[in-house]
Write a protein that binds this ligand. Structure first.
Ligand code: 9WO
Length: 240
């Protein structure tokens, strides 16, 4: 499944050794010849539950192979919702730990394994998947693009203070050639060459879009006095 990571910027980063992704099959840690790793839920109900023991053996084996301590992240809909600051935190964890992304299948994992071996339970959104691998790939992609050298120098400019994302806002709209497409023109200011006006326009658009599409983000956005003023103007509140 993790073949998908070998494309695009991540593929290049893996090839250049900027990050390493390895995987372990829990079935290799089953204690019977049928490689069974699941069993019926106590108390009844549909489906199967992953047994604690093979997962515990797997995590211990991973730890024994490695220099840094494990930081075990269980991907599940019961986890804390992952947002960009959480992604940054996971990236920073990498300096002292190896991230072990525990991917469940079936109807879940025996709670005792989660209690004893999992450092953090993490959700990428309020929906149910068929397995944690899809969520793990999202986490890997989001973390990897923050690592030095993974994005080109020009795109890693996300780190700069003009980035809307870093203020907790949505990004401004983007345009490329041609100047006119199906009767719709690129906003004049972007053709003006006036860099200060362009910055102002983009900043304003970021605020406007956030207000329209994701007003919830404004509660925790890091805004300057000027940005607060623009926002007050946009909301029609002259007193703020
Ligand atoms: C399915 C199910 C069916 C009947 C009764 C209880 C049930 N629980 C589940 C369930 O949650 N299955 C999960 C499938 C078990 C862990 C791996 N799976 C998973 C992870 N689905 N969705 C995620 C996930 C992970 C991170 N962020 C969003 C979703």
């Amino acid at each position: 499944m993790f073949e998908a990571l070998h494309h695009g910027v991540l593929g290049r980063a893996l090839k250049n050794g900027l990050l390493q992704v390895r995987w372990w099959d829990v079935r290799d840690y089953a204690d019977n010849k049928h490689r069974t790793i699941d069993d019926k839920p106590y108390g009844g109900g549909p489906g199967m539950v992953m047994m604690a023991k093979p997962l515990r053996e797997a995590i211990r084996h991973i730890q024994a192979q490695r220099d840094k301590p494990n930081w075990v992240v269980y991907l599940s809909p019961q986890g804390t919702l992952l947002k960009q600051p959480g992604v940054v935190r996971l990236k920073e964890k990498l300096s002292t730990h190896n991230l072990v992304l525990l991917c469940g299948r079936y109807e879940g994992i025996d709670e005792r394994l989660i209690m004893s071996m999992v450092d953090e339970e993490c959700s990428i959104g309020d929906y149910v998947l068929s397995g944690g691998e899809f969520a793990a790939m999202v986490v890997i992609d989001a973390v990897a693009r923050l690592l030095p050298g993974v994005l080109g120098d020009s795109t890693s400019a996300e780190a700069d203070s003009f980035s809307s994302a870093n203020k907790g806002l949505l990004e401004y709209p983007q345009y490329t050639r041609p100047e006119e497409d199906e009767g719709m023109r690129v906003p004049e200011v972007l053709l003006s060459g006036n860099h200060e006006a362009i910055l102002r326009w983009r900043n304003r658009m970021a605020l406007e879009r956030t207000l329209k599409k994701r007003p919830d983000l404004l509660n925790s956005a890091q805004l300057s006095a000027e940005e607060k003023e623009i926002l007050a103007e946009l909301t029609g509140d002259e007193n703020e």
